[in-house]
Design a protein around this ligand. Structure first.
Ligand code: GUN
Length: 168
């Protein structure tokens, strides 16, 4: 784990290698946050990463949301998740769904994607499978603007926990 001093002296390539995976398939977030050095703490680094997301364009924010796999979705079935996503989905108990639960989640995920045009994102490490299903059902009645805000807030939580594994 790098010290703060090492973090602040890293080259752009070293920084991107270390923190690129904090945002799913979206290394541009870490690349932009690099410009906000020096960081006083890991919390400070998290704020810089969230700031890079906040100051991105609406299209970039939607692309960031779309970079996330569906929970217990196609990538999970095909073993094509990133290592971080594999751990997160397992932590929520999504690796052990009954046939009935899996079918229900597939249906809810499909309804959500057709309502909003992006996948349902919730921080899987902070929610067990029942909470995930209940929240998905409830969030289906939100507006698209509310769901963009919810998804970005959840992505901030996913990043906070991924970062805590890398920076102490
Ligand atoms: N898609 C929905 N929730 C999550 C999550 O917590 N992590 C990842 N990687 N993808 C998700």
């Amino acid at each position: 784990m790098p010290t703060l001093d090492e973090l602040n002296r890293a080259t752009p390539a070293e920084f991107a290698r270390a923190f690129g995976p904090v945002y799913e398939h979206s290394p541009w977030v870490a690349e932009r946050a690099f410009a906000r050095r020096p960081f006083g703490s890991c919390v400070d680094l998290h704020l810089a990463l969230c700031g890079a997301v906040q100051s991105a364009t609406g299209e970039e924010q939607i692309a960031l949301i779309r970079a996330h796999p569906e929970l217990a979705g196609r990538e999970a079935r095909e073993g094509a998740l990133t290592p971080e996503s594999t751990r997160e989905q397992a932590a929520a108990g999504l690796g052990a769904l009954s046939e009935h639960e899996a079918a229900e989640l597939r249906r809810l995920n499909a309804d959500y994607r057709s309502a909003f045009g992006f996948p349902f994102v919730i921080c899987a490490r902070l929610n067990r499978k029942d909470a995930i299903m209940g929240t998905l059902r409830a969030r289906l009645s939100n507006t698209r603007e509310q769901e963009i805000a919810n998804a970005l807030a959840q992505i901030g939580e996913i990043a906070r926990l991924r970062l805590a594994d890398l920076c102490a």
